[in-house]
Write a new protein. Structure first.
Lengths: 226, 226
DNA sequence: ATTGCTATTATGTCTGCACATATTCCAAAG
DNA sequence: CTTTGGAATATGTGCAGACATAATAGCAAT
């Protein structure tokens, strides 16, 4: 019995077997370290991992307890659209539908929380083997862009951003909606079809970077393992 | 400059500032440890964290490089439905629509990958302040259930499972679909409405536990911060 | 030119110790 | 009885050193 993964497995087994029922306090790290014959740091590594997964709840001094109403935490991978298409073995394509400066509509302003005046409005249709895959509707803060503007007909705004404004913070949400006329036409599906929508809002430390809505073609699935 | 979070911040700053461009190899842990005046373990902690977030890619001997096409990793919290309803400040309710032993249909068998004979088919409508919130369609391996059966009209199968079969592994996927007749009627929405669907498949080490499809009422959003 | 072995090297993990920090609990003071 | 102020304690984080492991790169033999 050595290695933090072995410890993690053993702890999980005890939880599953109800040796440590839901909601109960488990022995402190020092005790477990002695029992398993490893250093406390090793136990700590294992328990921290389980806490990150939502299986355990830890508080200083209070000790470690088995989560009573476990909140499963799943990790989603959010790749660049081109990578996603190519991972399916399809040919990626891109069509720039719109690229102009304009005043963003109120809902977009509300999500960004700040008015920076006119923003660059970009609409891009991403293609997988020629068929519509994702319709991207983006509002971009022009202050963060270089002059001259990148050629968004050659590289999607999506990809340009991850390559140049990387690792900003933001939020993301997923929902189901009925495709409106424009989206249905662009994706080549019936108007009113159920489509999977990803909405993302990205911030630099001081100013908004971008708000984007990705409308995925019907049949799209977002998956992960638990 | 001490503490692994400070190191993480500094490394992120260098990536953002292009001091370490995308795709390049960064100095080995030992060098960074010396530069920052901390132990290698501290640098390791910081870099590992960034690797988990998808900002860095690490390989033994090959070294650590800044991810070229960063795959953002977002963590989703998947709570028990009752907790989700109550977190919105609404009153949780539950209606058991169906509970019977039956042979699961082929698509369900395919997802489970194994035929264990008849399974318990449970349909539950979860209510938020009296309105339909989620329609749960579940197939449950009866071998894992106690006798007599739990009262699924009082506690939802969803909740009974997390409390009794906790921490199994599985996969989960999200999609958008048009509500069929039954779902539309149960949720009280127009037939064909776009609904958000969560599909989960859970396994014990040896046998399947459950397959479940959650059809969320229109307007449902799944969100997280990046 | 190709294949196969080996040395090198960067990360992964462990140990044992130490101190920091948060939080509970109990006791003393008001 | 309530409040306040330690003291105790469990986790968080740090350090230095060591060995394990994986993968590359270079050299040698075919």
């Amino acid at each position: 019995m050595a290695g933090w993964e072995a410890i993690r497995t053993e702890v999980l087994a005890r939880i599953r077997s109800r040796a440590w029922p839901l909601g109960t306090l488990i022995p402190p790290e020092a005790a477990l370290a002695q029992e398993f014959g490893v250093a406390r740091a090793t136990v700590n590594r294992a328990l921290s991992e389980l806490a990150r997964a939502g299986v355990l709840e830890r508080k200083r001094k209070a000790g470690t307890r088995v989560a009573a109403l476990p909140v499963r935490k799943a990790t989603l991978d959010i790749p660049v659209i081109r990578a996603e298409v190519e991972a399916r073995g399809e040919v990626y394509g891109l069509r720039l539908l719109l690229c102009e400066l304009a005043q963003p509509p109120v809902p977009v302003l509300a999500r960004l929380g700040q008015d920076v005046g006119e923003m660059l409005h970009i609409e891009t249709l991403h293609l997988a083997s020629g068929r519509g895959f994702v319709l991207e509707d983006r509002w971009l803060n022009p202050a963060i862009l270089p002059t001259p503007l990148p050629d968004f007909a050659a590289i999607s705004a999506n990809e340009w951003l991850v390559a140049h404004i990387s690792y900003a913070s933001g939020d993301i949400s997923f929902s189901a909606e009925a495709a409106n006329d424009a989206a249905a036409a662009a994706l080549g599906v019936a108007q009113g079809s159920a489509v999977f929508v990803t909405e993302r809002c990205t911030w630099a430390p001081d100013a908004p970077i971008t708000w984007v809505r990705l409308i995925h073609a019907p049949g799209y699935r977002l998956s992960t393992v638990l």
